[in-house]
Ligand binder design. Structure first.
Ligand code: SF4
Length: 418
């Protein structure tokens, strides 16, 4: 491993240097481990960005050589260009190499190679970028000036990528309008075979976006229903006897936390978000009307088959606050179904499960109640109204994804039993 950040580049680095790489400051410059140049047409529809080349890629002189045939198969019909966010192999792996570079004050290949990727991104004229790996996603985000992960003070409208494990499978609209879809490289299946189905879906979704496709639209939903609309919805729902998907938004996590709204979804009916309290704690209804709303909800919850994502939390609050009285009630739980499915080893978070059944942006970080607590007082009435709308839309989207996901997981189970 090189110990200097200022070594003279070898002649075979000249093309990379001409394309923006700062090889003279890179700890990999004299390691005989690259660079491996990008492959594919300059006017490709899709840009595939990998983490870095390894032995097979360096030997073949082609980025993502190990996964080349898989990419060709899954991306048939789409022209794509493949590059790595670091053009040389930081053997034995990036994590170990980083420690050595830090110890030796040798600079960083990630920094030195960033302008090479930046120039690739600038020249790319297609619709979608598929980032195959955590570092690839972080490097693309850095080139675009997009933050990754949750900050201490998020505000409404902040556009940031979630951590790679959460963002995986969810496209992100970059500042120039292109889609970034993070996933893992197909070879990840050697270490984590349970992720392979999701990776295949992600690559197919990237092809869809590259061809000008879009994410799925928001569901039909009812915002701020009247008492009559709530009563009518509950009546139709109980008459049909179909399961009702329930999701609550709350002011906190303990049993006494105010339930701000209750989202309800059932096949054949638009999703309805029943408001109870506004984000600042103000009641949405008069006490008399709130009692009526709660009564409709109580009857519905007690008399209809229910579905939840992690219903242990929701039912605890519903029971504690009298919006449900039957303590013996059982329900169908997406999280439990997923735990017992073919993807039992994958994450059971809604963001991860739903990426298999719906191509949607990840919205949770923007309007989660945890992000609302400290900035609400600073908002104008119009901004508050917008936040209320976003909050309820967030709940409606969750209901939609939970319904799609529960259908999908039940289908998997039926297929596996057949
Ligand atoms: S990783 Fe990039 S900057 Fe470093 S030597 Fe290779 S091409 Fe040059």
């Amino acid at each position: 491993m090189a110990t200097s950040a200022y070594r003279e580049p070898l002649p075979h680095h000249i093309p990379a240097i001409k394309s923006g790489a700062n090889c003279a400051r890179c700890p990999l410059v004299n390691e005989s481990c690259g660079p491996v140049a990008g492959v594919g047409p300059a006017n490709a529809q899709l840009l595939v960005v990998g983490d870095y080349p390894e032995g097979p890629e360096v030997d073949a002189g082609r980025p993502i050589e190990t996964d080349w045939s898989t990419l060709r198969r899954l991306l048939s019909g789409v022209s794509f260009r493949v590059v790595n966010s670091i053009a040389c192999y930081p053997a034995p792996d990036l994590k170990t190499a980083r420690k050595i570079w830090k110890r030796n004050k040798a600079g960083s290949a990630e920094e030195a190679c960033l302008d090479l990727l930046r120039n690739e991104l600038s020249a790319f004229g297609g619709h979608a970028i598929l980032a195959l790996g955590e570092h690839a996603m972080a490097a693309v985000a850095k080139c675009y000036g997009v933050t990754v992960g949750r900050g201490a003070k998020e505000r409404s409208g902040d556009k940031r990528l979630a951590a790679h494990g959460t963002q995986r499978g969810h496209p992100f609209r970059l500042p120039d309008g292109k889609w970034l879809l993070p996933s893992y490289p197909p070879k990840h299946k050697r270490r984590a075979p349970h992720w392979y189905g999701a990776i295949v879906d992600d690559i197919k979704n990237a092809a869809h976006l590259a061809k000008g496709g879009d994410v799925i639209p928001d569901p039909d939903w009812i915002y701020r229903p009247t008492l009559e609309t709530i009563l009518d919805w509950c009546f139709k729902s109980r008459a049909s006897g179909q399961p009702v998907m329930v999701d609550i938004e709350t002011a906190g996590l303990d049993s006494a936390s105010q339930i701000r709204c209750v989202g309800l979804g059932q096949e054949g009916l638009p999703i309805i978000i029943v408001p109870r309290f506004q984000i600042d704690g103000t009641p949405y209804w008069t006490q008399r009307d709130l009692d009526k709303v709660d009564s409709h909800l109580r009857v519905l919850h007690d008399s209809t088959p229910l579905q939840f994502q992690n219903g242990y939390f929701d039912t605890r609050l519903l029971l504690h606050q009298g919006l449900m009285t039957n303590r013996r009630k059982t329900w169908q739980d997406l999280k439990d179904l997923h735990r017992n499915s073919r993807e039992s080893d994958c994450s059971h978070k809604l963001a991860s499960i739903s990426s298999r059944f719906a191509l949607v942006e990840l919205w949770k970080g923007d309007v989660d109640h945890k992000a609302l607590e400290y900035d609400d007082a600073e908002l104008t009435p119009e901004q508050k109204e917008q936040r209320e709308y976003e909050y309820h839309l967030y709940c409606a989207r969750d209901i939609d994804l939970q319904m799609r996901s529960i259908r999908g997981v039940v289908c998997w189970q039926a297929e596996d039993l057949a």
